[in-house]
Design a binder for this molecule. Sequence first.
Ligand code: ZN
Length: 134
Amino acid sequence: MTNTITDIKRPVNVHKTYHAHVYFDSDTKEIARGVCDKIAQQFDLKIGRFHERLVGPHPRWSCQVTFRAKHFDEFIPWLDANREGLTIFIHGLTGDYLKDHTDYAYWLEQSVELNLEMFQPNRIRRFAQNLNII
Ligand code: ZN
């Protein structure tokens, strides 16, 4: 899967719950810390760990913010105006991990390719085949 500029979907308020992942790297981690601190000051939202390593499907270091539909109209424009040039990955939380990270994936600024392999149903089978247990 290749993401180009035309693939970028702006977030839409159609889900009950969302994650916003603030992406950063070693050069931008202090900026990201500032953005996450500001979120904590301005909004009553659950902010996850500040991961200075790759976690889950994320191809960049990241910090996760959980928010709900009722926060969307205030939080998203604020985040767009205050993200200090960082890429923000936003996705719905529906319980379908693959859909959440494909169909329900949205971006502020550019998109980057996610590591979706972990959400493929056949991945478990392949593991099992490699281990000769099925
Ligand atoms: Zn997430």
